[in-house]
Design a protein around this ligand. Structure first.
Ligand SMILES: Nc1ncnc2c1ncn2[C@@H]1O[C@H](COP(=O)(O)OP(=O)(O)O)[C@@H](O)[C@H]1O
Ligand SMILES: [Mg+2]
Length: 236
């Protein structure tokens, strides 16, 4: 079953076009990566899916239903959770208060206790630090908290914007292991990364976005074997 589809989506910022006829598909249960250099439009792509910015043309569907008339604050109730670039936690609120913020849709509030238990089961470290202000966590723990917060809404599709950015190499490894565990739990994941070699080990398929256009699409093996990817992005 198709979870998410973008068909020829164009989008941008007042007078500046950042995405050109971008088509992306994600099947239920799949993990898919969007890779590409800085400024390619990866963050814009995730923002347009969660309706933080509007598409100027093209179509976005979630489980077959168009998102055209869905306002940003209702996207989460369609089953989409977005973990933004730079995590955007509330630094003075505790870990648990941050997690509670992720459970604000009414349907999610009812299942708060159960979800909290699930998130703490997935990330025991967060439970140990439940009463600590989020701003005092390490970078890797903050990323866990941001992902945990997104899971509190009970999403079907998780959008991850560069979860490994700014983290030390051993922590990057831990974050990718975590993403692998989330995929194994049956979540559908669309992940944006600059850490290309590592993300291709986690996902089944990928898209290469350059200057707002999809330049290549294929399975991870094809990406790892591609001369262009090897030369330009893996330095081989
Ligand atoms: N708020 C904004 N206003 C104007 N231009 C923006 C804004 N955000 C991003 N851009 C531009 O859109 C392009 C794509 O940016 P972005 O989606 O952040 O790329 P990436 O995440 O791949 O690094 C870049 O040229 C960037 O300068
Ligand atoms: Mg970005």
């Amino acid at each position: 079953m198709q979870m998410l589809s973008l068909t020829k989506v164009c989008a941008g910022y007042s007078g500046f076009q950042a995405l050109f006829e971008v088509s992306v598909e994600v099947e239920a249960g799949e993990a898919v990566a969007v890779i590409g250099p800085n400024g390619a439009g990866k963050t814009t792509l995730l923002r347009v899916i969660s309706k933080l910015i509007g598409a100027t043309s093209g179509e976005i569907r979630m489980e077959g239903a168009s998102l055209a008339r869905v306002p940003a604050h209702e996207v989460v109730s369609r089953g989409i959770a977005h973990v933004p670039e730079n995590r955007r936690l509330f630094p003075r609120l505790t870990v648990e208060e941050n997690l509670r913020m992720g459970a604000f849709p009414r349907a999610a509030r009812k299942r708060y206790g159960e979800r909290l238990e699930f998130v703490y089961g997935l990330f025991p470290r967060l439970e140990e630090r439940r009463g600590q202000p989020a701003g005092t966590l390490s970078g890797g723990e903050q990323q866990m908290c941001a992902i945990g917060r997104a899971l509190m809404s009970g999403p079907k599709l998780l959008l991850l914007d560069e979860p490994s950015a700014g983290l030390a190499p051993v922590v990057v490894q831990a974050i990718f292991d975590l993403v692998r565990r989330i995929c194994a739990q049956g979540y559908t994941v669309l992940i944006v990364e600059q850490n290309i070699r590592q993300v291709l080990k986690v996902v089944g398929r990928a898209y290469l976005l350059e200057a707002g256009r999809i330049r290549l699409a294929g399975n991870s093996r094809e990406f790892l074997d591609s001369q262009e990817i090897r030369k330009t992005y893996l330095g081989l």
